[in-house]
Design a protein around this ligand. Structure first.
Ligand code: COA
Ligand code: ZN
Length: 301
């Protein structure tokens, strides 16, 4: 089993914030190419009201499609019980819930306070969900464009509550405020409360620290990372949010360090081409795609 798990969140975090809609058939071709490249987890969409985010209206169809792909854990985001029920009905393997540590972002994003959102996730956990994994993602864990500083005690408190009824907990830097020292401190603090329930790291590259933060998280034991191809991404309900840490650069970093991700970089760059051609006006980023791999580069395994 590869030692690093990368979950591609472009079809959800990326497309929810894109100016262009990607047609459903193009999304399917992109998801298939990502799975072919060796991605073992893909967040294919969210179960939110289609009126609110029209780009996510086809998530049911995408979950059904993705479930048929081999060796793929199909992830979807849900903001409430209704979304969770829709995710279960579609057949998602794993559902992630955005629980903001910032009160202001929480109200803007899900129209609930952080504590109300924790209770919503608890309701979901009490709802029968055989075989469906639940992840509590503490968003704006490192700071918030609306509230500014987010106290670490708030993050620890929310993470601890979520750990009581979720299978795993992730920390998310929704608006790209984190720095590597803070990442190490907060992951260590939360882990000392909830142990191995703390799994994922979700970073945005808004201020250019995405990879540095991912490396810092790796150094304190994190092995599961969200990222998006071409650095698409951002929360439409958090002003100033921009793209996720770039999948192909993240894969390159780990592989060049000798850490196996299970992902084939050449195939990943093919998947990137498919994505770019399906939303041609959308800005995409990425150093590896621009420069290519260094001469003599060998993947880890
Ligand atoms: N999927 C589909 N429809 C939903 C839904 C869901 N998950 N949740 C609520 N609805 C419908 C309700 O049935 C209701 O429909 P009606 O007007 O036909 O009766 C309508 O949406 C309003 O429902 P309500 O419960 O009052 O929701 P709200 O307007 O207070 O919005 C959320 C709350 C959580 C649904 C919304 O803020 C949301 O989806 N937020 C997530 C945003 C997001 O994805 N952010 C980026 C990811 S971090
Ligand atoms: Zn995000």
């Amino acid at each position: 089993m590869p030692e690093i798990l990368i979950c591609e969140v472009g079809p959800r975090d990326g497309l929810q914030n894109a100016k262009q809609l990607m047609p459903t058939e193009a999304k399917k071709a992109w998801i298939r190419s990502l799975a072919d490249a060796g991605l073992r987890e893909i967040e294919v969409g969210s179960f939110v009201p289609p009126k609110l985010i029209p780009a996510m209206a086809d998530t049911h169809e995408l979950v059904v499609f993705s479930r048929a792909l081999p060796n793929l854990k199909v992830v979807a985001l849900a903001p409430n019980l209704k979304g969770f029920q829709r995710a279960i009905e579609a057949g998602a393997h794993k559902v992630t819930f955005p629980v903001s540590a910032s009160r202001e972002h929480s109200l803007s994003n899900v129209r609930m306070t952080p504590d109300q959102m924790v209770e919503e996730v608890r309701k979901c956990a009490e709802h029968p969900h055989p075989g469906v994994e639940m992840e509590g993602a503490v968003s704006t864990a490192f700071g918030c464009t609306m509230q500014g500083e987010v106290p670490e005690e708030d993050v620890v408190r929310i993470a601890s509550k979520l750990a009581g009824f979720c299978d795993s907990v992730a920390l998310a830097d929704t608006v790209g405020y984190a720095n590597p020292a803070q990442v190490k401190r907060l992951f260590n603090k939360v882990r000392s409360e909830i142990g191995d329930k703390l799994e994922g790291a979700h970073f945005h590259d808004t201020r250019g620290l995405g990879l540095a933060n991912a490396l810092a998280a790796y150094e304190v034991g994190v092995r599961a990372f969200d990222s998006s191809l071409g650095g698409l991404g951002g929360c439409p309900f958090a002003p100033g949010a921009s793209g996720n840490v770039i999948t192909e650069d993240l894969v390159f970093m780990f592989e060049s360090m000798g850490l196996d991700t299970g992902i084939d970089l050449d195939k990943l760059l093919e998947a990137r081409k498919l994505m770019v051609s399906a939303i041609p006006g959308e800005p995409v980023y990425g150093h590896l795609a621009m420069a290519g791999a260094p001469k003599g580069f060998h993947a880890a395994a």
